[in-house]
Write a new protein. Structure first.
Length: 399
């Protein structure tokens, strides 16, 4: 789960990491009010979306003006004008894809005097099973380019969980960031805070880009992005409260209500599968047969009629779905029950695209009989390859 920059900065401050002050605004009126409370002459108005690259982004609507998602206002009245331009408009950045994201809230903050922009992040590194810190002197808006072209300018440091964070870790990071004097102490304090935050809140990724050295020589987190491990959210109601569902795929939210794991993809074949491994194999074989899956959907072990129905509804609500492949292994759940669910769902909902069903496992013959007797246009398949061949040729024939 991701949160907005302004929320991430509130958390950072709680863990002793310095950030610029300010507040969030949902309307131009609120923006003006928050701007009035900011003491610097210049205020920064920042679009809050769950994607980076805002500074270099562009709004789709001409009314939003030429500038990107990070703008400077010399007065509270100007902050209000900028808010009027940006709110409700669609910001397209390198990370949003061409569809962009609608800006529904702004963060107004003090403008910082920037002497240098650095990069600092921390994440759970699966390869080493450790927390890793990544630091570079080349912070700012082009870090991806730095990683690609001059990887030697990036330090990666992992922390052994048995010993935890040690003073040498932060010294190494401070050195890699080119810090001097008191900045090294500030860095140690910051690294300590970030490590604590990461562990206490089950953070999976935390990125400060840029981390700046201010004109008067202090460290400050000017941008912040934090992602949390979804599997650990049950122990962090305070984090769940920060969720902004408008930033998430509405179908993924709907799927979560039925405990279906659903992820939207770009292809044309809707998949309904039980078990993540089988879902992966199904997606692979669809690709092997020259098509692309429209989604990953795991209905789980106990696929009830209601679940199967909800799964169909979710798949069918995606206009790019040109055919559906159901691939279910009846282990805990028997094939006849699955077949009943499929038939009931298919009866109640107008399924206008080709539907191929492959069942295997307990009571498979009974299941196949139920499908055959249903009178519905369901194409049965015997195995994975047969199913993939049938669905890909069916959608080709339909097109
Ligand atoms: P993004 O990463 O989405 O582009 P950032 O918050 O990193 O957004 O902002 C982009 C750039 O805008 C920063 O690299 C920095 O140069 C400038 N900027 C952002 N916030 C401030 C601020 N409070 N004061 C001064 N400059 C800022
Ligand atoms: Mg940034």
């Amino acid at each position: 789960m991701n949160i907005h920059e302004h929320q991430a900065k509130d958390l950072l401050r709680q863990y002793g990491v310095p950030t610029t002050g300010g507040g969030v605004a949902f309307t131009p009126e609120e923006a003006e009010k928050v701007a009035q409370g900011i003491e610097t002459d210049v205020r920064v108005v920042k679009a809050q979306i769950h994607a980076g690259g805002r500074g270099k982004g562009k709004f789709k609507e001409p009314e939003a003006g030429e500038k990107g998602g990070v703008r400077f206002a010399k007065s509270a009245a100007e902050a209000r004008e900028l808010a009027e331009q940006m709110l409700g408009r669609t910001l397209v950045t390198e990370q949003t894809g061409p569809a962009g994201r609608v800006v529904r809230r702004l963060y107004l903050t003090e403008a910082a005097g920037i002497a240098k922009e650095l990069y600092l992040s921390a994440l759970v590194d699966r390869a080493s099973s450790r927390v890793a810190f990544i630091a570079s002197t080349e912070g700012g808006m082009d870090i991806e380019k730095v990683a690609h072209e001059t990887p030697d300018k990036i330090l990666t440091l992992t922390v052994d969980p048995a010993t935890g964070l040690q003073p040498f870790h932060s010294r190494k990071i401070a050195f890699a960031l080119g810090l001097k004097g008191d900045q090294i102490k500030e860095c140690a304090k910051m690294i300590g805070g970030l490590y604590k935050l990461l562990l206490e809140k089950d953070v999976s990724l935390l990125e400060i880009n840029p981390l700046i050295i201010t004109n008067d020589g202090h460290l400050n987190a000017l941008d912040a992005k934090i992602s949390f491990d979804g599997n650990a959210l049950f122990r962090h109601p305070d984090i769940v409260a920060l969720r902004d569902e408008t930033e998430e795929d509405p179908m993924e939210i709907e799927a979560a209500k039925y405990e279906l794991s659903y992820i939207k993809l770009d292809g044309s074949i809707g998949c309904m599968v039980n078990g993540a491994g089988l879902a992966m194999a199904t997606m692979d074989i669809i690709k092997l047969y020259g098509e692309e899956p429209a989604n990953f959907l795991d209905v789980g072990g106990g696929a009830s009629k209601e679940k199967v129905q909800a799964a169909f509804q979710i798949i069918l609500s995606d206009p790019s779905v040109k055919g559906i492949l159901v691939n279910i292994f009846g282990g805990i759940m028997r094939c006849d029950i699955i077949a009943d669910g499929i038939v009931a769902a298919a009866r109640e909902m107008a399924i206008t695209v080709p539907l191929v069903v492959r069942l295997e496992g307990t009571n498979v013959d009974l299941g196949k009989e139920i499908l055959a007797k249903s009178g519905l246009k369901i194409v049965p398949a015997d195995d994975l390859a047969d199913a993939a061949a049938k669905i890909t040729s069916a959608i080709k024939a339909a097109a």
